[in-house]
Ligand binder design. Structure first.
Ligand SMILES: C[S@@+](CC[C@H](N)C(=O)[O-])C[C@H]1O[C@@H](n2cnc3c(N)ncnc32)[C@H](O)[C@@H]1O
Length: 293
């Protein structure tokens, strides 16, 4: 506790504000000081108590509800809350493993987010990747047409619409690639080894790589990759989908859950709203903070 105030005789009102720690950022702490000054000048403000670790809790005390509403609608206060959210979002670090020529990194960047993507294809130049996309896209489209029944055509209505979406995503990726490489958002790495220090990211993801390619990568590869992803994540690892290319639950899911349990990792299978590959509506969440227990 930094201060415990003498609250007046009840009745009075208390507002609880929780926040996640934002690493030292000068503009944020300056703004925070300014907010303390500003709130102290508000009519009906009686004082506050606060405690801060990873999670911060501030309880402010008020004479009546009207004073609280006035403070909530204070423009400078609203701006400060917005800035706080943006800074937190920027500092929430995500690693995407096997992001390939997708526009995930670029889309999150547009939202001011912070994603690093790794993939073996990032060892190649923009032109080399473009040539590979051109060579494979007609084969992929043909395969999609032949296997239409393996997919749920709800959000995306037809194969042609899907091809359009994929081509747009790949073209966004290509446009962003060289910039992203310079900014170290696209990094050449290959699972099961990652070149990052322990706990470098808040969230580490695998989308359409682990489990999906169970025929191509064996159990040991999956175990080593997942443990490596846990090593570099300080909070969570998420893997989607849990099916293989034949739309069957990956044969490695159960053994991996067992191994993770033995190592005291907390795991959860979570239903997703998104389902495109038929039956692919679950993800595996692993809480990486258990890794040292
Ligand atoms: C089907 S794509 C998935 C792309 C993207 N994540 C998505 O969901 O659309 C699979 C990706 O895994 C990548 N990959 C293959 N071997 C890998 C490895 N050892 N480590 C990391 N990624 C790998 C491929 O290069 C490819 O880009």
């Amino acid at each position: 506790m930094t201060n415990i105030i003498d609250t007046p005789k009840p009745p009075y009102y208390a507002v609880i504000f929780t926040s996640k720690k934002i690493d030292e950022d000068k503009s944020y702490s300056k703004m925070s000081d300014r907010m303390v000054k500003l709130v102290s000048q508000q009519n009906g403000f009686l004082g506050f108590d606060s405690a801060r670790e990873e999670l911060g809790i501030t309880v402010s005390y008020w004479k009546d509800e009207k004073s609280i509403l006035n403070w909530k609608s204070n423009l400078e206060h609203q701006e400060a809350q917005k800035l706080g959210k943006e800074l937190w979002y920027k500092q929430y670090k995500i690693l995407g493993c096997g992001d390939g020529p997708s526009s995930f990194n670029f889309e999150v960047l547009k939202l001011n987010g912070n994603v690093t993507s790794i993939d073996p294809i990032y060892q190649f130049t923009k032109n080399e990747i473009q040539i590979r996309i051109d060579e494979t896209s007609s084969v992929v489209s043909e395969e999609l047409k032949q296997n239409q029944n393996d997919y749920v055509w709800e959000n995306i209505k037809s194969v042609d619409e899907l091809i359009d979406i994929r081509l747009t995503a790949m073209s966004d990726f290509i446009k962003d690639y060289e910039n992203g490489k310079e900014e170290k958002r696209y990094i050449y790495n290959e699972l099961p080894k990652l070149s990052f220090k322990d706990d470098s990211f808040d969230l580490v993801l695998s989308s359409h790589f682990l489990f999906l390619y169970s025929e191509h990568f064996d159990l040991q590869f999956h175990v080593d990759s997942i443990l490596e992803m846990c090593r570099v994540s300080k909070k969570e690892v998420k893997i989607f989908p849990l099916l293989d290319l034949k739309n069957k639950k990956s044969q490695y899911l159960e053994p991996i859950l067992e191994i993770l349990k033995e190592k005291s990792f907390e795991t959860k299978i979570i239903k997703t709203n998104y389902e495109f590959q038929k039956g692919a509506n679950e993800l595996l969440s692993i809480k990486a903070h258990n890794k040292f227990s």
